[in-house]
Design a protein around this ligand. Structure first.
Ligand SMILES: Cc1ncc(COP(=O)(O)O)c(C=O)c1O
Length: 441
């Protein structure tokens, strides 16, 4: 059989050999291409590429073979679980379950909720943290500040508990009625750590405190937070956390759900199949499911994805996170100042301009279609950004309307652009984007 390559695809340049002292958090890329779309998928870190290259010759089955190769792969997979759990501050009795990505992790938790659980989210979430939840979930309006988010959650959970208790709504000033001896039906609060539209950080520790005061649990969608800042479940007192490896400089489609084991062990397996069972008898439904992470990881796992993710977690653990954060914040400030100086560019934001953020900025170019601007940046300037509504349609639409009102402009497009930075982004890349946008006006 002859395989014909697509003629327009030129061969990719070879990757340079890794020098012995190469930074494990250096990122791979293609010379000349500027990737300012880290929030969609971050480039691959050296640490991940090296870990995968090292394991590839040993590639064999995981949890399924007695041979030396298979045992090594099983060990590598379980070590990866440990490393990722340690990186995220998992408690001793938490489960660390490998998934495909954040979407998969949130869906897994949605399927593991005890019957009758009410889920409380905010309308500013990514679709991955809006759509998997069952009917009857509560969606709170997008708050105007982190403090307003905490107040709104407190009020909503207080109201839920009052309804649970069969009470009439109390006056607005009343303290929450929470009886820890009778916590009521399960409630899960599901919030993002950092918005994928604005990069704004959410007050996770405060929201966790409020949730627990009302005997609720909390899930943090850390897809955008974890690549930019340390996230520690135990320190934040968060019950569950989800993230994606491909946003954390690790390729190969691995994500993770970490958190309390009781709901997860009591739930039906996310996928039914090999690896999730303790015993399978001859009768059709004679099956005993195992407990632990394996209950929700049926089928052959994504070994390389898990190992790549763990390698980045290990490298970040070793790194000076404060220095990385400070560097990124300087670049972010440069980018936002550059955009603010362009009269035809309007930034999208939920909170006040100075609210803490990770390296993400969404904006519009007045009078220009966002998809056309993104295509122009790619073809004329080799700059990759994202355009659209960023899988957060309710939030993006609201912020576009708010941007129009704030700027007083009637010519803003119906979708936006997003630039996002991370490890490996440079001041020169930021300046080239700003210069290219200046010329677009
Ligand atoms: C905040 C947030 N949550 C969840 C997701 C979904 O991630 P994935 O596509 O890796 O499942 C994304 C992706 O952009 C995101 O930004």
């Amino acid at each position: 059989m002859t395989i014909t390559l697509v003629p327009s695809l030129r061969p990719l340049p070879a990757l340079p050999d890794r020098p012995a002292d190469a930074d494990p958090l250096g990122v791979l890329g293609v010379p000349g291409q500027i990737n300012l779309d880290h929030a969609a998928s971050a480039p691959c870190a050296r640490a991940a590429a090296d870990a995968v290259a090292e394991l590839l010759p040993w590639y064999a089955s995981v949890h399924r073979g007695a041979g030396a190769l298979s045992r090594r792969c099983t060990l590598a997979y379980e070590r990866a679980r440990q490393t990722v759990g340690d990186f995220l501050g998992a408690r001793a009795d938490d489960h660390v379950i490998f998934t495909r990505n954040t979407t998969d992790a949130v869906n897994l938790l949605a399927r593991a909720l005890p019957a009758g659980t009410t889920v409380v989210t905010f309308a500013g979430e990514h679709h991955a943290n809006l759509l998997p939840w069952p009917r009857g979930s509560v969606r709170l309006p997008v708050p105007e500040s982190p403090a307003a988010a905490v107040r709104a959650l407190d009020a909503a959970l207080g109201e839920l508990r009052r309804v649970d208790a069969g009470n009439e709504p109390a006056p607005r000033s009343a303290a929450p009625v929470t009886n820890p001896a009778r916590p009521g039906p399960p409630v899960l609060v599901a919030v993002t750590g950092a918005s994928n539209v604005t990069g704004e950080r959410w007050p996770v520790a405060e929201l966790a405190r409020v949730a627990h005061r009302h005997s609720a649990r909390i899930l943090v969608d850390a897809a955008q937070l974890a690549p930019h800042a340390p996230v520690d479940l135990a320190a934040l007192d968060v019950d569950y956390l989800a993230l994606s490896g491909h946003k954390l400089y690790a390729p190969f489609g691995a994500g993770v759900l970490v958190g309390r084991s009781d709901w997860l062990d009591a739930a039906p397996p996310y996928l039914a199949g090999g690896g999730a069972t303790g015993h399978v008898g001859a009768a059709t439904h004679d099956v005993r499911w195992t407990t632990g992470p394996a209950r929700h990881e049926a089928g052959t796992p994504n070994l390389l994805g898990a190992v790549a993710l763990a390698a980045v977690c290990a490298a970040l653990t070793e790194a000076d996170r404060d220095a990385l954060h400070a560097r990124e914040q300087r670049l972010l400030a440069r980018l936002r100042e550059g955009l603010a100086a362009l009269p035809h560019v309007v930034e999208l934001r939920t909170f006040a301009p100075e609210a803490p953020r990770v390296g993400i900025v969404s904006f519009v170019v007045a009078g220009r279609d966002s998809a056309e601007v993104a295509a122009h940046l790619a073809t004329a300037h080799q700059i990759g950004v994202r355009d659209g509504l960023f899988c957060a349609h309710p939030l993006a639409r609201r912020l576009l309307a708010e941007a129009a009102a704030r700027s007083g402009r009637r010519d803003l497009p119906p979708t936006a652009l997003r630039a996002s930075i991370g490890l490996g982004s440079t001041a020169e890349e930021v300046d080239r984007l700003v210069a290219a946008l200046a010329a677009v006006g």
